[in-house]
Design a binder for this molecule. Structure first.
Ligand SMILES: Nc1ncnc2c1ncn2[C@@H]1O[C@H](COP(=O)(O)OP(=O)(O)OP(=O)(O)O)[C@@H](O)[C@H]1O
Ligand SMILES: [Mg+2]
Length: 220
């Protein structure tokens, strides 16, 4: 199968410090891959560069035919809203919006019609088993509940790929395991590709392969 994400010879330096030193890999549709490596090895830098948040110094990042390093800012914005989404360790929910509104937010940015928004959001609330907490604000939710909302929000635009940076890093191990099961199940159902940054060997169980980053390069 042809890859949906194709990363070639990525390099990134901060000042004199070369953080990514020629990173290449590809991911196919629906594939789940773990990204591991010691603190400071460049995992978040890599996610930022392939997520259009930061610009690499050289190399290409081709997501579904668009080279994110070359396209104009408007197209990049559109892709970042609809085709690639993120899940973070500290959830990053919008504090003034309810669970339901957080999940709907990416769809509103995409100007999805209200009926479709309503349908997708209630479907996702059911899948994450939080219908009864739909109107709660993030501050009224537990960590595990917040992460379920963040997963639903990441999935609501039906992206091609989700980048998850330590999504269970702030949860106890039992809640973390439940969150991993949820991510695995939902990505399977929707054939969404997942790149999962993790320090936990346990988290790699939902992934088919693991990429190891060391000093800015992949090692075996
Ligand atoms: N904006 C920045 N400016 C300067 N240096 C940076 C910047 N972002 C990251 N770095 C440096 O780049 C290196 C890689 O950082 P990065 O955050 O990618 O590591 P990481 O593998 O995600 O680590 P962790 O597991 O601790 O999250 C580190 O030495 C960090 O200090
Ligand atoms: Mg990091």
């Amino acid at each position: 199968m042809s890859p949906i994400l194709y990363v070639q010879s990525l390099r990134k330096s901060y000042g004199a410090r070369e953080v990514l030193r020629g990173v290449s890999f590809s991911l196919s549709k629906g594939e789940r891959v773990a990204l591991m490596g010691p603190s400071g090895s460049g995992k978040s830098t890599l996610l930022n560069c392939i997520g259009g948040i930061d610009r690499p110094d050289s190399g290409s990042v081709i997501l579904e035919d668009a080279d994110l390093t070359e396209i104009d800012a408007t197209t990049l914005d559109r892709i970042r809203r609809s085709r690639l989404t993120h899940i973070f360790q500290f959830f990053h929910l919008l504090p003034t919006l309810s669970a339901r509104e957080n999940i709907a937010f990416p769809l509103q940015l995409m100007k999805t019609n209200p009926k479709e928004v309503e349908e997708r959001v209630s479907d996702l609330l059911t899948r994450i088993q939080l219908e009864h907490r739909a109107d709660a604000f993030p501050s009224e939710l537990s960590g595990g509940e917040m992460q379920r909302v963040a997963i639903a929000r990441a999935l609501s635009p039906r992206p091609a790929i989700i980048y998850a940076d330590e999504p269970t890093g702030n949860l106890d191990s039992k809640t973390g395991a439940t969150i991993l099961d949820l991510i695995e199940g939902l990505c399977d159902e929707t054939e969404t590709t997942l790149l999962l940054v993790t320090h936990s060997q346990e988290a790699t169980r939902i992934c088919r392969r693991t990429l190891h980053l060391l000093d800015g390069q992949f090692v075996n």
